[in-house]
Ligand binder design. Structure first.
Ligand code: AMP
Length: 398
């Protein structure tokens, strides 16, 4: 177990915290934040730190300024939002025009208990993504304690996520702690039956996830575009479905591995097919897994939905990553939404890993019915692959 900010004494200390404030802005360039979710979700850790009588330095990246200052990626508008949320009669919310340097250091050293200092975009310096030791040391020199609450970047060894943790006592914030608890424990010590549902476009992007989960789960459901590479591996006809020829062998190996481990690898048994990749294509449901020539598999059919429902009903833990059809097109979104609903209605521990499955759940208004929705797409996939994330490994153990 990793230490959290609750496990150490921070009273009167200067805390530097890596957050994920990579928020979207209005397209007109007026500096209006269009979705403050990422900032709001860091608030519990921010408020806790301030309540303990510490001062707080916040750092994040925003967009891709490519290692040099660029006003379009300035964190300044975020400091205005923080001011609205955190300013009281007893504290000050400051913004620094850079994240390192003498002026920033002076500002950091002048902070009083309860004060907040937001640093300018870390990626104005190319040293950040290079995990440059001198740059990490400069960041570290601003504070006494380092907290990481940015799970979404924990799979990257950058100066603000890894390098700095060599130089200061390093612990997890509450968001990070929750990700480790659910993504880590759900997979390492699952309540059984443990079901993983893996969808999305390509086998290639999720080979390691499939291989790792297969060893841990009771049932592995494969859906979405990647299912057709598995169909091909089983010598079914796939028509013009998305198939990665170079990974047909990979799919064969995974099927073999499932057999040798005596695991249930579940593939769709019926399919919604279309004659082109278009919401208004000609559409048919076929009651089997043989896709005719000239047609492509776009979503799972009713029978598959009902069988997946039954599997979910028996599950104690469900991990879901990736849509089960081309859910962006209403004609092919039924399978993905049906699975979201089935998970929501089940009382299993449900862990939703990043990206499209999260947006499907949000669209369906089911987010509060899930046990845990991961904030990091790439990071959550690496977790499910069983990899050690550099930004987590480096945090202190309990
Ligand atoms: P990923 O980023 O790998 O999770 O893939 C998500 C994408 O997979 C979404 O954009 C879906 O439209 C796509 N997808 C799901 N099912 C299919 C399918 N049957 N054929 C092609 N693409 C699909």
């Amino acid at each position: 177990m990793k230490k959290s900010v609750k496990d150490i004494d921070i009273k009167g200390k200067r805390v530097i915290m890596r957050v994920d404030f990579n928020v979207p802005f209005d397209k007109e360039g007026k500096g209006i934040i269009t979705d403050t979710t990422r900032i709001d979700s860091a608030m519990p850790t921010i408020k806790y730190i301030l309540e303990q009588g510490a001062s707080l330095i916040l750092m994040s990246h925003l967009g891709r300024p490519k290692g040099e200052p660029n006003p379009s990626y300035s964190m300044k508008p975020i400091s205005v939002y923080l001011n609205e949320k955190l300013k009281t009669s007893d504290n000050n919310i400051y913004f620094a025009n850079d994240c390192i340097g003498e002026d920033v250091k002076k500002l950091a050293l002048s902070l009083k208990a309860g004060d907040v200092l937001l640093l300018e975009n870390l990626r104005y310096h190319k040293e950040e993504e290079k995990n440059d030791a001198a740059f990490a040391a400069e960041l570290a020199s601003l504070a006494d304690i380092y907290v990481n609450d940015a799970f979404g970047t924990a799979h990257r060894a950058h100066a603000s996520t890894e390098g700095i943790a060599h130089k200061l006592p390093a612990v997890a914030g509450f968001l990070m702690e929750k990700e480790i608890e659910y993504l880590g424990d759900a997979v390492a010590n699952p309540q059984r039956p443990f079901v993983a549902i893996i969808g999305g476009a390509k086998v290639s992007s999720k080979i390691s996830v499939l291989e790792n989960l297969l060893e841990k789960v009771d049932v592995l459901i494969v859906g979405g575009g990647m299912a057709y590479t598995f169909f091909k591996a089983e010598n079914h006809s796939v028509g013009t479905s998305l198939v990665e020829e170079e990974h047909v062998d990979t799919a064969k190996k995974i099927i073999e591995k499932a057999k040798s481990l005596n695991k249930n690898l579940y593939l769709p048994v019926d399919n919604i097919i279309a004659d082109k990749f278009d919401n208004n294509a000609n559409i048919k449901t076929i009651p089997n897994d043989e896709i005719p020539d000239g047609w492509m598999g776009m979503d799972i059919g009713e029978k598959t939905i009902s069988e997946i429902n039954n599997i979910i009903k028996l599950a104690k833990t469900v991990v879901w990553n990736g849509p089960l059809g081309v859910f962006e097109m209403p004609s092919f979104s039924k399978g993905t939404f049906a699975v979201a609903k089935a998970i929501a209605e089940s009382d299993c521990i449900s862990v939703i890993g990043g990206g499209d499955s999260v947006s499907a759940i949000n669209k369906a208004g089911l987010s509060d019915k899930m046990t845990h929705i991961s904030t990091g797409g790439g990071a959550s996939l690496e977790f499910l692959e069983g990899k050690e994330l550099p930004g987590i490994v480096i945090l202190q153990d309990k």
